[in-house]
Write a protein that binds this ligand. Structure first.
Ligand code: PLP
Length: 432
């Protein structure tokens, strides 16, 4: 189980502690469900990346979990930040992250979003379409530009294929020199500076050879750009995508080793094509924050269907973690109040939503007598859970609690029904 838990997770007298905080006590205090975030795990992953690439060139992809305190935490470690909407940008700015450390992504940035970024002085903008090049000219955006390329490599969990990625809403294809034309037009913008290229080849990547291939394709493109119009890239951004362990049979790759391998590929491929070696930027999200989080739920009901399966239902579900329903993502679970209790047959952990597909985990072993009141812990929920949360069935979103050295700090409060009702209006348009 240690491969999926935060670094500071310990079993103390049959109970789970994270960051020195007893999760059973925490659940009593703040209720459930609650997302618990271990600061030490986030920091150790950040330091691993920064041991290879200068911290300022590690852009935390805050889509994984975006809130003021997490942005502050990344900033305090010297990391930069990747934001991809006006909302993420506003959060980073509210956290006091200097605009020079921000990079703005998105396949459909609005004029309003680009204007806010321009006025705030956001340092880097990743260009995603020809329409956006026109928009940047019109709005006179003065930033460092990177052109997003789909290098024809699509990588997801343990395998990679070399064709599918062309069919993407993001970036410019290499086919028919479309990306080359984008570079030409971006280089001709009357303000700002074209700094280089960007590629993000997928998520939950364990197969590092996929990055080698992407780097080669980018180097080939840049060689063409140099020969055609003398452009030399100062920066190459290989996005995020590094995988983490969600289940007992997976191992989280070492971030330092992984990024070192990408840096070697950049050195090798650019040198081979007689190009100046650009600076490497990376945008990790999941691999920084995913393993730092666990979600604790309270078991409410257990339904045993003889000869079929047992449903263990908890007090959250697809509204706080959509990943199992959306992508068939797999998780582990165990009882935080009875660590080490012997495991019984496999059960299905379901949420409380009015939706049969609201299943968090299929076939996980829990103690045979699991029942109402038990505290279920689901690890590796730091990334892409809260940030993708909804209010389906009018369920308020859970809080996020940061733990460190025995101290628990709520960094996002639990939503309440009043919070949801605040935006409602009566039929006549009046407030409640
Ligand atoms: C452009 C870009 N950069 C970085 C990331 C972060 O990826 P991950 O969380 O897999 O590291 C994403 C995720 O979708 C992305 O689209």
């Amino acid at each position: 189980m240690n491969n999926v838990l935060p670094d500071t997770a310990r079993e103390v007298a049959g109970r789970l502690t994270v960051g020195g905080v007893d999760l059973v006590d925490l659940a009593e205090e703040v209720g459930t469900p609650t997302i618990v975030l271990d600061r030490a795990t986030f920091e150790s992953r950040a330091k691993a990346f920064a041991s290879v690439v200068d911290a300022g060139r590690v852009f935390y992809a805050c889509k994984a979990l975006c809130c003021v305190a997490v942005c502050e935490m990344a900033d305090a470690l010297g990391l930069s930040l990747d934001v991809c909407t006006g909302g993420e940008l506003a959060t980073a700015l509210a956290a006091g992250v200097p605009p020079e450390k921000l990079l703005f992504h998105g396949n459909n940035k609005s004029e309003e979003e680009l204007s806010v970024a321009r006025d705030a002085g956001v340092a880097r903008v990743v260009i995603d379409s020809f329409d956006e090049i026109d928009r940047l000219e019109k709005l006179r955006v003065d930033a460092r530009f990177l052109v997003r390329v789909t290098p024809g490599v699509e990588a997801h969990t343990h395998e990679f294929i070399q064709t599918g990625q062309e069919d993407s809403k993001f970036g410019f294809t290499l086919a028919e020199d479309v990306a080359l034309e984008a570079l030409r037009r971006a280089a001709a913008l009357s303000r700002g500076e074209l700094a280089g290229v960007h590629a993000h080849i997928g998520s939950q990547i364990f197969e590092m050879a996929a990055y080698d291939l992407a780097v080669r394709r980018l180097a080939e493109l840049l060689r063409k750009a140099r020969d055609a119009f003398g452009f030399e890239a100062r920066e190459v951004n290989l996005g995020g995508g590094l995988g983490i362990a969600y289940t007992e049979d997976e191992l989280t790759p070492d971030p330092a080793e992984s990024v070192a391998r990408v840096a070697d590929a950049v050195q090798r491929e650019f040198t081979a094509l007689d190009l100046k070696v650009p600076e490497l930027l990376v945008e990790p999200g999941r691999s920084l924050i995913g393993s730092a989080g666990v979600t604790i739920y309270r078991v409410g009901t257990v339904k045993r269907i003889p000869g079929v399966r047992t449903y263990v239902s908890v007090d959250g579900g697809m509204s706080d973690n959509i990943r199992p329903a959306l992508y068939g993502a797999r998780y582990e679970a165990f009882l935080a109040n009875r660590m080490g209790a012997s495991e019984g047959p496999r059960v299905t952990v379901a949420g409380k939503h009015c939706e049969s597909g609201d299943v968090l985990i299929r076939d996980v072993r829990l103690p045979e007598d699991v029942g109402p009141g038990d505290l279920l812990c689901v690890p590796a929920t730091g990334g892409y859970t809260y940030s993708m949360a909804s209010n389906y069935n009018r369920i308020p979103r859970p809080p996020v609690v940061l733990v460190e050295d025995g101290k628990a700090t709520t960094i996002i409060e639990r939503e309440t029904s009043d919070d949801l009702l605040r935006l409602d209006r009566r039929l006549d348009g009046s407030a409640l």
